[in-house]
Write a protein that binds this ligand. Sequence first.
Ligand code: AMP
Ligand code: MN
Ligand code: MN
Ligand code: MN
Length: 293
Amino acid sequence: MNTLNADLHCHSVISDGTLTPEELAVRAKAQGVELWALTDHDEIGGQARAAAAAAACGLDYLTGVEISVTFLHQTVHIVGLGFDVANAQLDQGLQKTRGGRSQRAQDMADDLARVGIQGAFEGALTYAGNPDLISRTHFARFLVDTGVCKDTYEVFRKYLTEGKPGFVEHRWASLKDAVNWITQAGGMAVIAHPARYKFSANEEMALFTEFKGHGGRGVEVVTGSHSSAESASYAATALEFGLAASRGSDFHSPAESRTELGALPALPVELTPVWALLADRIQRAPASTTALA
Ligand code: AMP
Ligand code: MN
Ligand code: MN
Ligand code: MN
């Protein structure tokens, strides 16, 4: 069960990835992924396409999303898996969460203009496959392609992050709302890439405790943004808090992502994988397609 090649975190052109849902499904299958979820930021507009493409190439599928949350003045990402895509409350919550992105992007561009970088809003927008979902990643691509930085890693070292040009403080969804939207839609809420946050030990304890209190049930243990030591550390946290464990590459683009779809270590054997608890939410690929693949 823990050795299943599940990849339950990646992005398409519907948010800040560079591949379509169909291209991702084909790529995931070719990389040996057995269970897949597309988790665009604050947006489920790609879910029907992803599920159809998964079925067509013989991949089992879970619905997915990655919701932006503000917790103790930091941005935390909560992945939702296995929810009903037609759920109205989830849809409204995501619409509200996306709503502030355009103004934020204008403010980011104004701040970049302050240091002499002109036209960043219009520039970033040309990279956004979905104009409602303009993100820092699109600004990063603009800054690379205009020669301001050599790659997106340099962008996030010099720009767009706290204290650097182009950073704008933003208030996303609350932890409670994000977990509730996912849970009442029949899905499971999962804390994404916990090692990426800069919380003190007490703050992190508060995050996990409140998350559980709101009904959150999982944590990403093996992800493209964790070292093996970080995975080991959050494996212990999963056991401590009685959370199921998830696994996902956070793949965005063949040119930018360090971790390929499905190319991750297996989940530690002592953990309960999220897919064991979501068995009835998995959209199984038609048997004939699987047999042919
Ligand atoms: P946003 O939701 O607009 O704040 O954009 C967040 C996205 O920017 C993340 O999902 C990543 O794709 C990207 N990102 C943020 N920080 C970094 C970083 N340090 N290095 C590379 N990409 C990053
Ligand atoms: Mn992203
Ligand atoms: Mn994330
Ligand atoms: Mn992500």
